[in-house]
Design a protein around this ligand. Structure first.
Ligand code: ADP
Length: 459
């Protein structure tokens, strides 16, 4: 099986969110299963590789699409003042460059696996601009939607940047309420579509989660599946994680507390094994339910707890957490930045992780937590619903604490339930061990993708 995997971000080269984690780990898992995969991504200023190609895994080539005008910038998609105004030009160029490069390399894939709007023009091009090109005859496309709320919307005046004929700017094409929706193009033109959890695949076909594309998605529902993301168990591994003060595994989970103390020290919090340490690592965006955090944070901090946050995003939330830091200097550590190393220390050092998302296509944070024996408190939506189940202290069923209704009261109740179980040391230790024994590695999901490629390509 030959797969061209196209993504606008790939770990370890460039990352803003979960897409990069997936793009840096799923292809490796596919390679282990015997697929021949090549990755293509833009060469941003932050990509430190010299030249246009490198190899990861055993023999998996990663190609960088280079163009100083479009990608020689520090950020991927925009600055804090907004998206780059030439994003359509940038990613239309990227899509064509990937197809051009595949041809130049004479790498004819069975499937081109596209991800999110940034590579959604590829399925459109394969069926239109390249429709008569014998090289692409029989090449199938799969579009994975990692987050439907980022659609690649542009003013219609920019349509010529796509290089497509004006007849495609209609309701049955890329037109979306008088704008251009690149993601809609991907949904309509790809041979198959999937999202990153079974629940999200159902949710996006409803008005509540469909972001206006529910109709288009319903039309394609027979070609739409949900495959849960995995996480890279080599990167996220408390037994080998070189950033931890003390490594641990299932049999030595008690050592986790040394990481807690180390984190408390580095974060300037009073060092205490007993006090519950609650954390968040997240993009600071509305999606992540930060208004619920804002609503409960004072109540939480009334209890005997400590709170650590790592995140960056909307100015409004930066202001909110800056105030929290000033109000509770001895109980909180607020880190408004992107810091992959600190993230690993936090996953290992905290006891409880908050993820009260409004919607969550899959979510990686909760799976990373479990791997580190940290217990997630989540809202039951999308992939959170497919991975986390309420813990029952009597039967020991479940792996976290959950709530469904989007309300601060329900959220607070879930936190209080978690804190009361935390007090029963023997039960908590069992829960930590149980969390660590779940398997959310890529293995089984990669097999599902391979099955899907076979189904789409008929090979
Ligand atoms: P999303 O893709 O919506 O941002 P996910 O839960 O799928 O959410 O993935 C988020 C990923 O980004 C996780 O690996 C998380 O650890 C990481 N992450 C988010 N914010 C930061 C940050 N400020 N510093 C380091 N890592 C972060």
């Amino acid at each position: 099986m030959k797969v061209l995997f196209v993504s606008s971000e790939v770990v370890p080269f460039a990352k803003t969110g979960g897409l990069a984690d997936v793009a840096g780990s799923l292809p490796l898992a596919l390679e282990r299963l015997g697929a021949e995969v090549k990755i293509m991504m833009p060469k941003y200023a932050m990509v430190k590789v010299k030249g246009q190609k490198t190899v990861i895994g055993k023999n998996l080539e990663v190609f960088f699409i280079e163009d100083e005008r479009y990608f020689g910038r520090d950020e991927l998609y925009g600055t804090k003042f907004g998206d780059f105004p030439d994003n359509l030009d940038r990613f239309a160029f990227f899509a064509r460059a990937c197809l051009g490069l595949a041809k130049k390399l004479r790498f004819k894939p069975d499937v081109i696996h596209c991800n999110d709007w940034q590579s959604s023009l590829i399925p459109v091009y394969v069926k239109t601009l390249y429709g008569d090109d014998p090289f692409f005859a029989g090449v199938k496309t799969l579009l994975t939607i990692h987050n439907l709320s980022y659609q690649g919307l542009f003013d219609k005046s920019q349509f010529s940047s796509t290089g497509l004929g004006a007849e495609l700017f209609t309701i049955n094409g890329l037109e979306y309420y008088d704008k251009i929706s690149i993601l809609k193009g991907g949904i309509l033109f790809s041979d198959f579509i999937n999202t990153v959890s079974p629940t999200y695949a159902r949710e996006i076909q409803t008005k509540e989660f469909g972001c206006g594309l529910e109709g288009v998605l319903q039309k394609r529902s027979s070609d739409l599946a949900g495959i849960l993301n995995g996480i890279d168990y080599d990167i996220w591994n408390p037994a080998t994680d070189r950033y931890l003060a003390r490594r641990y595994d299932l049999s030595s989970s008690r050592r986790k507390v040394d990481n807690k103390k180390d984190l408390q020290r580095t974060a300037g919090l009073p060092v205490s094994a007993a006090v519950p340490l609650i954390g968040i690592i997240s993009r600071l965006a509305d999606q992540k339910g930060l208004d619920l955090i804002a609503a409960v944070i004072n109540d939480i901090l009334k209890e005997k707890v400590q709170f650590i946050l790592l995140g960056t995003g909307d100015d409004m939330y930066h202001a909110l957490f800056t105030t929290i830091a000033k109000t509770y200097p001895k109980k909180t550590s607020i880190n408004l930045k992107f810091d992959a190393v600190l993230a690993q220390k936090i996953y290992a050092g905290i006891d409880l992780f908050l993820m009260p998302s409004r919607f969550e296509p899959c979510g990686l944070g909760q799976m990373i937590c479990l791997r580190y024996g940290t217990i997630p408190i989540v809202r039951l939506t999308g992939g959170l619903k497919d991975t986390i189940e309420e813990f029952d202290p009597k039967t020991h069923r479940g792996n976290g604490f959950t709530f469904e209704e989007y309300s601060s009261r329900k959220f607070l109740e879930a936190i209080q339930r978690a804190l009361s179980v935390y007090k029963i040391k023997t039960v908590w230790e069992k829960l930590v061990k149980k969390a660590m024994s779940y398997d959310f590695s890529w293995e089984s999901s990669a097999r599902e993708y391979l099955g899907l490629y076979k189904r789409i390509s008929g090979r």
